[in-house]
Design a protein around this ligand. Structure first.
Ligand SMILES: Nc1ncnc2c1ncn2[C@@H]1O[C@H](COP(=O)(O)OP(=O)(O)OP(=O)(O)O)[C@@H](O)[C@H]1O
Length: 270
């Protein structure tokens, strides 16, 4: 479990990116931070693995304040996937996936064998292992990014707009792939997006952020749709959403609410 207790982040220039945030992120579920640009989503995410340290409050993982844990040791248990994959351009796919485990002492042969398995896991053909990132499509690069995030077998996977830079069709494929993976792996996933439809599709818990780094509502998609906390949330989730012809469909055992055009509007959780 990850817990934010009264967390504030003020940068040295005076910008308050996150203000007095209290939130519990349950294990083995997907929590999505969603909000407009500059609402503090990335800052909040990065405080989990100490890429950013809070200026007030505490971030706890399983009850331990991350401020007391060495950042290198902390990141061993936390995968990080970012927009534009963040792959090293001069390294082959296999080396991109295997590098961090090797830095941590895994033998090359073992790291490469595991990297190939991870390519299977994220739905990539093993024949891509010897290519360089520039020889892959944007969607394939993102899949490699996810494989790399999983390479240290983390309990926690942080994903910062991982599907933001790919076209809508590939994005929909990657979203379905993440739902499948999450069904298999059951990681604690914390995912950042601008896109409320993506948030409702992927999130067990959706955290709606507003400007100034404050949380407007943190709840399941169904609860947010049924009971938006305030006018900001109602507006953000789309005032006309309820007027669309909604119906249910099953995807990987989850009940997804889709509108008349087949666009996901939310996930039903028990
Ligand atoms: N290193 C920094 N120094 C000063 N201000 C910063 C720094 N990093 C972020 N900010 C500011 O903090 C606020 C929140 O930024 P953050 O990147 O967390 O937002 P976000 O919701 O993730 O935005 P986006 O969706 O555009 O990535 C913004 O006003 C941003 O300009």
């Amino acid at each position: 479990m990850i817990e934010f207790r009264g967390v504030t982040k003020q940068f040295p220039d005076g910008t308050v990116a996150v203000r007095d945030v209290d939130i519990v992120i349950p294990p083995h579920k997907t929590t999505v931070f969603v909000g407009s640009s500059g609402s503090g989503k990335t800052t909040l995410l990065r405080m989990i693995n100490r890429m950013v340290d809070p200026s007030g409050g505490q971030v706890l993982i399983d009850g331990t304040d991350v401020a007391t844990v060495d950042p290198v040791r902390l990141r061993r248990g936390i995968g990080y996937v970012m927009q534009n994959s963040g792959l090293l351009p001069h390294r082959k796919v296999i080396d991109n996936v295997a590098t961090v485990p090797m830095l941590r002492g895994t033998k090359k042969r073992e790291a490469h064998a595991h990297a190939l398995e991870l390519l299977d896991t994220v739905g990539l053909d093993r024949s891509l292992a010897d290519r360089y990132p520039s020889q892959l499509s944007g969607g394939q690069q993102q899949r490699v990014g996810v494989a790399r995030g999983l390479a240290v077998d983390p309990n926690i996977l942080l994903m910062d707009e991982p599907f933001g830079a790919v076209d809508p069709i590939v994005r929909a494929e990657l979203q379905q792939e993440l739902l499948r993976l999450q069904g298999e792996l059951g990681k604690t996933v914390v995912f950042v997006t601008h896109d409320i439809d993506e948030a409702f599709l992927l999130g067990d818990q959706v955290v709606i952020m507003q400007q100034g780094g404050k949380i407007s509502q943190a709840a399941s998609p169904a609860e947010i749709l049924a009971h938006p906390a305030d006018a900001f949330v109602a507006d953000f989730v789309g005032a006309d959403r309820g007027k669309r012809a909604l119906h249910l469909t099953e995807v990987d055992g989850r009940s997804i609410v889709v509108d008349a055009d087949g666009r996901p509007a939310g996930v039903l959780t028990s």
